[in-house]
Design a protein around this ligand. Structure first.
Ligand SMILES: [Mg+2]
Length: 334
């Protein structure tokens, strides 16, 4: 497979896809630039994410479909966090030389694109361009750019949470990290509903929060609740209290023992759920677009000496919640 063949293969799978609002890609792969149509009255949002072998995925843990899916899901989740709708994706992909010349390698690449396209098709987003190169060091390196749009001035931000607002999250927490622990222990994950292998970006929730004016601040959780909530608090200039018993546990996390479960749900990354704030007066639906919405705490005034985040236990015990920095696993394990 030469580089031209690879681009042709990508193009064949991308042609003619329609975005949710019609044709967003006026001119896609094959010219020097892609041309995108932005809906009238909308702004363009852009996000970029690396997917590096050994850092964000491992070929012995993640199937090619999973790697392709996760690559796109990371970018889509950032668009969801701001209430944006995707317009198009761009992928720069560096592959080890043997992936382009061996049958097994070409099969891996084909399955990678199947995984990426499978998710893209569901949200009406296709690859509108990219670049390929031979990777040094035998690693698969992917960099994806997502372009989306939102009504001008309305994109959800991290900075809007106010004292007295309630804190919410979508879906369930800790699943991706609990499954990562299983992978590290040498177990296999087979479920197609796996949050580690096939995380679901919450695009429909993000756009509904924006459209219905429900959220005052929003972000997606890629690094874990404690780390991401700290970002939201700092951006908004408020502190937060989290009710431990309110946190919705993913079944894979619920199976863990006490201390491990707590660590996973508070600090485990890669769930790609949304974390958002809303005024207490907002009547928040319990489900949006089929996804559970759970109140998990509230925002309080920033006070000198008080910790940015406080964990409130079942017994009402209050302890400072530290942002335990989630590091994506390295090839050495962690
Ligand atoms: Mg993000």
């Amino acid at each position: 497979m030469r580089e031209l063949d690879l681009i042709e293969a990508i193009r064949r799978g991308s042609a003619g896809k329609r975005s949710l609002r019609g044709v967003a890609v006026a001119l896609g792969i094959g010219d020097d630039c892609a041309v995108l149509r932005v809906p009238p009255g909308h702004e363009v949002l852009v996000t970029t994410d690396f997917s590096l072998e050994g850092r964000h995925f491992r070929r012995d843990w993640h199937s090619p479909e999973s790697v392709g899916h996760r690559c796109l899901a990371r970018g889509l989740s950032d668009l969801a966090a701001m209430g944006a709708e995707p317009l198009a994706a761009f992928l720069s992909l560096a592959l080890p030389a043997n992936m382009l010349t061996t049958v097994a390698g070409q099969k891996w690449v084909r399955r990678f694109f199947e995984g990426l396209r499978g998710l893209g098709d569901r949200y009406g987003v296709s690859l509108a361009g990219g670049d390929t190169a031979e990777a040094p060091g035998g690693m698969v390196l992917a960099d994806i750019v997502l372009v989306g749009s939102a009504p001008a001035g309305k994109a959800l931000r991290r900075s809007g949470a106010k004292t007295g607002d309630l804190l919410y999250c979508t879906g369930a927490l800790g699943g991706a990290a609990a499954e990562l622990n299983s992978l590290m222990a040498g177990k296999k994950i087979r479920s197609a509903a796996s949050p580690q292998l096939f995380p679901e970006p919450r695009l429909a929730v993000g756009t509904a929060l924006l459209r219905r004016g429900l959220a005052s601040a929003c972000m997606d959780m890629s690094d874990g609740l404690s780390t991401d909530l700290a970002h939201l608090c700092r951006a908004s200039g408020v502190n937060a209290e989290v009710q431990l018993e309110s946190l919705p546990l993913h079944p894979a996390a619920a199976r863990l023992s006490g201390a491990e479960r707590r660590k996973t749900v508070l600090h485990g990354g890669e769930d790609y759920e949304l974390l958002f704030a809303a005024p207490a007066a907002v009547k928040m639906p319990r489900m949006i677009a089929g996804v559970a919405i759970t109140p998990i705490g509230r925002f309080v005034r920033r006070k000198a000496g008080a910790s940015l985040m406080t964990l409130v236990g079942t017994d009402g015990m209050r302890t400072p919640l530290e942002a335990a920095g989630w590091e994506h696993f390295s090839s050495e394990g962690k």
